[in-house]
Design a protein around this ligand. Structure first.
Ligand code: GUN
Length: 291
């Protein structure tokens, strides 16, 4: 069994990015600049956003952090978005989701300049992705494609089952795996809460992308020998032995499934770090266009 080490792979990619940023600066080019909008104080969002900013600083990017009140109106948030759209120094920015209930996520995403949408969430970018045109790819699916690529995992003609159809992970991952491009060319099944016979479908899968957010949802009896597993789940479960008071658990029951899998991502240290590095790749890509 090969452990798909996202921590190590993302470290290598980060080092490559840092070298390119250094060379850009030496040539008098622009320092990539990412802005992050965070609305409110959601615990997981604060952790993610801080990690994203730290990652940027480590590779030499500039960052701007806009921490906005939970009570900001949708109109005021849209004004902040517009300021970032028109600020020429900002190469890309993200609005951390979820937003408070009184704000319409989709309306905010639609207001982001697609050229600065380094999350790849704007419909224009999702459309380009589906058509295999160059664009920003959503970070988690992109990180998974990079992991498959760096480990030279064959995907052509394989049966890939994606479990979960969220707009930011499952849906785009299913599109990427089916594109006429490596990694891709797979025969894709997109399974979700209304799927009948999920276990039967999973047992036929050569590659499983698990993105449901339910710890240990997929067990060893549901997979076949030699399966490739990409586990996107990161549910926080109480663990008094940890300083934080919790640990992360994937959607796949690792101890059992790893005995049958040919390749599997651990949680933590698998897809998560790859997601983080993908945002850096998109921001660098956006800055490069301006050279
Ligand atoms: N919330 C959870 N994941 C993400 C992400 O990748 N981008 C943004 N903007 N919000 C998120």
């Amino acid at each position: 069994m090969i452990l798909l080490d996202g921590k190590q792979t993302s470290k290598e990619i980060r080092e490559e990015i840092a070298i390119e940023v250094k060379s850009l600066k030496e040539k008098g080019g622009k320092t990539p600049h990412l802005a992050v909008i965070l609305v409110g104080n959601n615990g997981a969002s604060v952790t993610y956003v801080n990690a994203k900013i730290k990652d940027c600083e480590e590779v030499g990017f500039n960052t701007t952090f806009l921490k906005l009140s939970e009570t900001i109106s949708e109109k005021e948030l849209l004004q902040e978005v517009e300021k970032l759209n028109t600020n020429p120094d900002i190469d890309g920015y993200i609005v951390q989701l979820p937003l408070p209930k009184h704000i319409n996520d989709q309306k905010v995403i639609m207001a982001i300049d697609p050229e600065k949408d380094v999350d790849g969430f704007h419909p224009q970018n999702l459309g380009k992705m589906a058509l295999n045109l160059p664009t920003f790819l959503p970070a988690t699916p992109m990180g998974m494609m990079d992991l498959l690529d760096r480990y030279n995992i064959e995907t052509g003609g394989k049966h890939c089952v994606v479990v979960g159809r969220s707009h930011i992970v499952g849906l785009p991952a299913s599109i990427l795996m089916g594109r006429n491009h490596y990694p891709g060319n797979a025969t894709v099944t997109l399974a979700h809460s209304r799927t009948i016979n999920l276990e039967e479908i999973l047992r036929d899968a050569d590659i499983i992308i698990a993105a449901v957010g339910k710890p240990d949802f997929i067990t060893a009896d549901m997979v076949k020998e030699g399966v490739v597993i990409l586990d996107v789940g990161t549910t926080r479960v109480v663990d008094k032995t940890k300083k934080s008071g919790y640990r992360l658990k994937g959607d796949v029951e690792f101890a059992g499934v790893s005995k049958k899998a040919s390749c599997i991502t651990p949680v933590p240290g698998g897809v998560g770090p790859m997601t983080r590095v993908s945002l850096l790749k998109n921001t660098l890509r956006s800055a490069r266009v301006k050279l």
